[in-house]
Design a binder for this molecule. Sequence first.
Ligand code: MG
Length: 299
Amino acid sequence: MKLFSFDRDGEVNIGVELENGRFNLTEAFAIYQHAKRINPPVSFAFLQVMVEMGYCSGQVVENIFADSWVKSKLHTIRLPAEVKFDLPILRPSKIVAIGRNYQAHVKELNHKMPTEPIFFCKATSSLIPHEGDIQIPAWLETRVDHEAELGLVIGKSARNVSESNAMDHVAGYTIVNDVTARAMQKEDIDAGNPWFRSKSLDTFCPVGPYLVPSDVVTNYQNLDIKLTVNGEVRQNDNTKNMIFPIPRLVSEVSKYMTLNPGDIIATGTPEGVGPIEDGDEIEISITGVGTLINRVKQL
Ligand code: MG
């Protein structure tokens, strides 16, 4: 069961992928509310609003599709095979990214092993959806890298939460490519400057295509994560090899800043980061979370 945002004739709607196909969940919600005589009905067109209102769960979707009236209307809300995916979350208040969270990756970049989670932000203006182009500006002639990461989407506001309560605040999972202007990042780190700009160029944060609710992905600490460039495997690991597990990441970040519903946390990249170039096709797959594909365009 996977949720997504899609473009429906210039309008955003919520879709759901079930075993028997893809359906318009915005319309299913409307039919369900009509059947239950919920008046006035709530319009669910934005997945982010669904998350904010606490409706992002496999159980909610199951209940809707178990309703006999919705079942009788399935043919009217079935989506065509091809849909144009939009970002699962259109306007997060922030994107927090964890650095150095897989041992082999720390070694490949010759960094010190962290003793506590390291994190930074990516500008929300860097977001692009599944199948959007990663655009490398003409003036940027140095190395740009891919970084495959499991993304968390916050469901309930989290401020100073404990590790044991942390997962109550996660609405679901997505895929993030933490695209990085590597040479610029190194230059900034060497100069003692923040590396924010190297992580935040426009289009340097592909996310999606799906948001899979947290009650559907219960084995979040045992997911294969794989990235290919033009079909060649570059990164291939498992979330069990994170240095700091997911509850620790949420708890740690929430000590310093309130995580708002819709905020995205990129949980760090495994070993195998490498350069991307004009024309490359980058594909990231995570067990149960889907496949995110983007092409690279040198401007
Ligand atoms: Mg990263």
